[in-house]
Design a protein around this ligand. Structure first.
Ligand code: SF4
Ligand code: SF4
Length: 330
């Protein structure tokens, strides 16, 4: 069962995914190649240069007020949010990250691994103590989901560039022009390849939106960050590294901030630890912290293994009958 954090995150992700699809048909945001200008919140967003008398200063003012100012305002606000709260846009809103998480879960069901590049299977025991056994029959729904998202993304992308009702009408009536059909086919194929083989790589290294959020976040030592309670590190002995196992970005949440460059603040690691430690009065060993506390743990003394300050006991631990060979022993 999902924790409250994850239920809220599912709501924000689903809401933003719907917004991502309906933004072009409702003219909330799109660029129309046929008309050569943007639409924003139901209005034409142009620099209005045609309606001006032939005066260069008026043109420059319009470029500044209607072009640069809105773009800079949005960029600065976005970077400020990232500076304070990290890649929260990625973890709580981004429609690509939603696809990553859905496909991770399906692949774990199909082959026991969240991506085909992962070397080892994840433990069958989940943080809520249920068992999840890999079943190859899940490959079919996995491929169908990959194709569906690839197709939705391709069509959606086209509606950000061409009149949305024309695209949807042509699609429903099987009357797409040659170029429209070609665009949707090629884009679907590329998205399918990316979703199947490189979705984590894209988020880590290929996405400019993610990269700039990470850079802004790293520049602020007091920014919100996942903190591991090293004083209670021995509590990890009852666990099979559930926080590592659930991380959609394949990070190790107990490590230092420098190694968490691509953390999306999704809180999956906190939720997993809350479930593992559900009978412990002190609850999760992982928390969000910010301010001075975040600054303190941003660069703590580090062990050679990269784990924050405290070395965790290496003894194998028993977790409901399962031996955790590597409990806390990174
Ligand atoms: S470290 Fe935790 S918050 Fe960051 S991406 Fe991984 S699971 Fe999400
Ligand atoms: S912090 Fe320790 S107890 Fe909590 S999920 Fe991670 S490994 Fe398990």
């Amino acid at each position: 069962m999902k924790t409250a954090i994850q239920q809220w995150r599912s709501i924000t992700q689903a809401g933003f995914f719907i917004l991502f699809i309906v933004a072009p048909p409702l003219d909330i945001f799109r660029y129309d190649l046929t008309q050569g200008h943007f639409f924003l919140l139901g209005h034409n967003w142009t620099l209005q240069l045609d309606s001006l008398p032939g005066d260069d200063s008026n043109s420059a003012l319009n470029v500044l007020l209607l072009g640069l100012l809105p773009v800079i305002t949005v960029a600065v606000s976005f970077l400020y949010i990232a500076w304070r709260w990290g890649r929260i846009y990625c973890g709580w809103l981004c429609p690509h990250y939603s696809v990553i998480e859905i496909l991770n879960k399906l692949m774990i069901r199909a082959c026991g691994k969240p991506s085909i590049w992962e070397k080892k299977k994840l433990p069958e025991r989940q943080s809520d103590q249920t068992l999840l056994k890999a079943d190859s029959r899940y490959w079919l729904p996995t491929f169908i989901t990959v194709f569906s998202f690839g197709f939705i993304w391709a069509v959606c992308l086209l509606t950000y560039l061409l009149p949305p009702f024309e695209i949807y009408s042509n699609l429903i009536n099987a009357e797409l022009t040659r170029n429209q059909g070609l665009f949707i086919t090629v884009a679907t194929l590329l998205f399918c390849i990316e979703f199947l083989f490189a979705r984590h790589l894209f988020c880590r290294y290929g996405c400019a939106v993610g990269l700039f959020q990470s850079l802004a976040w790293m520049a602020n030592k007091k920014a919100m960050v996942i903190s591991f309670d090293t004083q209670r590190a021995t509590s990890c002995k009852i666990c099979n590294n559930a926080c590592d196992n659930v991380c959609p970005m394949r990070l190790q949440p107990r490590t230092i901030k420098r190694k968490m460059f691509t953390c999306t603040e999704c809180g999956e690691c906190i939720s997993a630890c809350t479930q593992v430690q559900q009978f412990n009065n002190d609850s999760s060993l992982l928390h969000w912290v910010q301010g001075e506390e975040a600054a303190r743990i941003s660069e703590p003394p580090m062990s050679s293994s990269g784990v924050r300050s405290v070395k965790i006991t290496q003894a194998p631990a028993i977790n409901n009958g399962m031996v955790n060979k590597d409990a806390g022993g990174r």
